[in-house]
Design a binder for this molecule. Structure first.
Ligand SMILES: Nc1ncnc2c1ncn2[C@@H]1O[C@H](COP(=O)(O)OP(=O)(O)O)[C@@H](O)[C@H]1O
Ligand SMILES: C=C(OP(=O)(O)O)C(=O)O
Length: 590
């Protein structure tokens, strides 16, 4: 196919130099030279240096300038074709699994929905983490509700090592405990079975040694005072239910009405006369003193995301963001708001606007609102997040039965499909990956269901059916937004193979992702941390690459790097946009 390149310029970049002249560098044995652009002074140094550089292949010395083909005329030299596969291929970083998938299946069929795995005893070893990364984990979540800081630090270190040694870009999300009321740790037992009609004691007494049979410690001192005989006590959002039958000092006797498995530190909510008892939670701060210490720990460890439990309003998110900035000017820890309370639903829009990401935390949400309202709440949250361009994760009980069984139920597959169909950015595993028996299988189910539903969506050519409102707060942002909306539309109409975006902050990449185009989005960014953040967003394939303000040279360089790694081929049709130059370019890969 003939090489084609067209561009629509919104602005002419003032930084692009007009001094041009092209030296064609040929190496007789290589018919296709690599191209990159450089300014004359650097070129001069490069040429001088390159003459003395040796290459691992003695028959293939580094570039030799042979002629000025003068295509653009002019005195200066700005663009030179060189052959240097070693230097080239070592300057782009992409996820090893994505690269393999792209080579095998072509990039049209890459997975768009991102996957978050909660790490627990079942998955904290290096090999287990590697298996999850190979299986498609984009983000590793650690829940500060469980385990010690030492334990969490070791997981963070292993994920880092995995990224460094094996070429992954797994981001780390630290989830705070929040001021929730929860059970103790069951005296070290992995779980306990509560049978129908059994009487259990929930106590606030500090139990030093082993727990008496059917006794559970509660972390909130006011628990015995607050509950009333006749209240319904829900464990883990209703996985097990009890009725309060008697109060004796610090002990609360409860009869099991819905039997089930009690997990260590499961949360507790109580209901009275059909309504959630909320007074208690209203008195507790959103971020507890333990959470602040955990947040300090997360900042010090350089986690990518901090998720805040039981967010009630935007205020706490803004406060935390200022705190993070004050603690460390360079910190780019992103803040995720967990939507899991009635208050968070009331203040949804302001919370989404203030946050860098949102989690539909269906476990606790289902304990605070009637279960039958959870699906519509999920749909509303996902939709609003997309409109406001905030990445959204659908979490909890997606494949709950896989904690114990190797295959999911049909209903679970339907639930996962629905979240993918809603085009959420990410799906999250909780107990399935933290303490289940089949973490890798559960991840494989999320992966295969996502791929299938995404393909079905494209094949059916489903109309988007969602208006994306203008969200820009400045004229410059409006231009970026228009460019990304138009580029995504053009990509669908022209059925291009990929969108390329060169972005320093990640903003343009997320704007493209918001449009949920049919083709994948290759997001090139200079910062490793931005690359990890982009790993949470729908359809983005993040690469780390050093690039300049010169789009033509960036494109040529990217093409040669990706071609050298077998990730794209000549003739692929690409649309490129960038933070630096406000233009949309349509071209075939040369
Ligand atoms: N770091 C950990 N150490 C021990 N167990 C964990 C850890 N993280 C998660 N788990 C287990 O996995 C289950 C599900 O994890 P998660 O959804 O994060 O917690 P929860 O449901 O308690 O909020 C937990 O109830 C707990 O049994
Ligand atoms: C993800 C959730 O939060 P946690 O695991 O902290 O209970 C949830 O409640 O769904």
């Amino acid at each position: 196919m003939a090489t084609m390149s067209q561009s629509i310029n919104f602005f002419t970049s003032s930084s692009s130099s007009s001094r041009s002249g092209t030296f064609a560098v040929s190496k007789p044995s290589y018919s296709k030279p690599y191209v990159f652009k450089m300014n004359p002074r650097i070129l001069e140094k490069f040429v001088k240096r390159s003459m003395s550089v040796s290459c691992s292949d003695p028959d293939s010395p580094l570039p030799v300038l042979v002629s000025d083909n003068g295509t653009s005329g002019g005195a200066g030299v700005e663009s030179v074709n060189v052959w240097s596969p070693i230097a080239e291929s070592s300057t782009i970083e992409v996820d090893a699994v994505t690269e393999a998938e792209m080579k095998e299946n072509g990039f049209r069929s890459t997975r768009r929905t991102k996957l978050v795995c909660t790490i627990g005893p079942a998955t904290c070893g290096f090999e287990q983490l590697e298996a999850l990364a190979v299986g498609g984990m984009n983000v590793a979540r650690i829940n500060m509700c469980h385990g010690t800081r030492e334990w969490h630090r070791s997981v963070i270190e292993r994920v880092r090592r995995l990224n460094e040694e094996k070429g992954f870009a797994v981001a780390i999300m630290m989830d705070t405990e929040g001021s929730e009321i929860h059970m103790g740790d069951l005296g070290g037992a992995p779980s306990a079975k509560a049978e129908d009609g059994e009487v259990w004691t929930f106590t606030v007494r500090a139990l030093e040694s082993s727990l008496p049979e059917r006794t559970i410690h509660v972390n909130y001192d006011g628990f015995a005072e607050d509950v009333k005989v006749g209240d319904e006590l829900l464990v883990d959002g209703g996985m097990v239910r009890f009725e309060v039958i008697e109060k004796i000092g610090p002990d609360v006797k409860c009869r099991c009405t819905d039997p089930g498995l009690l997990l260590p530190r499961a949360n507790l909510t109580s209901w009275r006369d059909g309504s959630l008892v909320r007074e208690r939670n209203a008195m507790l701060p959103t971020i507890s003193s333990k959470d602040w210490l955990d947040i300090d720990f997360g900042i010090a460890e350089g986690v990518d995301f901090i998720a805040i439990s039981f967010v009630k309003s935007a205020e706490v998110i803004n406060h935390l963001k200022s705190y993070i900035k004050a603690r460390s000017r360079d910190s780019d820890v992103a803040v995720i708001a967990k939507i899991e309370s009635i208050d968070s639903l009331k203040n949804l829009e302001e919370i989404i606007q203030a946050s860098d990401g949102v989690m539909v935390a269906r476990g606790d949400l289902g304990a605070q609102i009637p279960l039958e309202q959870v699906p519509s709440a999920q749909q509303k949250i996902v939709q609003m997040c997309r409109q406001l361009n905030t990445p959204v994760i659908v979490a909890s009980q997606l494949l709950e039965s896989m904690i114990e069984y190797p295959t999911p139920t049909r209903a679970e597959v339907a639930d996962v499909s629905e979240a993918v169909r809603q085009r959420a950015d990410a799906l999250m595993l909780s107990g399935e990956s933290a303490m289940g028996q089949y973490p890798e299988k559960a991840l494989a189910v999320l992966r295969s269901v996502s791929l299938r539903i995404e393909r079905w969506w494209r094949e059916e050519k489903r109309p988007e059916g969602m208006e994306l409102p203008d969200i820009a707060s400045s004229f410059a942002d409006s231009i970026s937004e228009e460019i990304c909306n138009s580029a995504a539309k053009m990509a669908n109409n022209l059925m291009v193979d990929a969108l390329f975006v060169y972005t320093k902050t990640g903003h343009m990449a997320s704007l493209l992702s918001r449009s949920r185009p049919d083709c994948p989005i290759f997001a090139f960014t200079t910062m490793a941390s931005v690359r990890r953040h982009l790993n949470l967003q729908w359809g983005l394939i993040p690469f780390r690459l050093n690039f300049s303000d010169d789009m033509e040279s960036n494109l040529n360089r990217t093409f040669s790097l990706l071609k050298a790694r077998g990730m794209i081929k000549s003739g692929d049709l690409v649309i490129a946009v960038s933070d630096m130059l406000q233009s949309i370019q349509v071209m075939n890969v040369p």
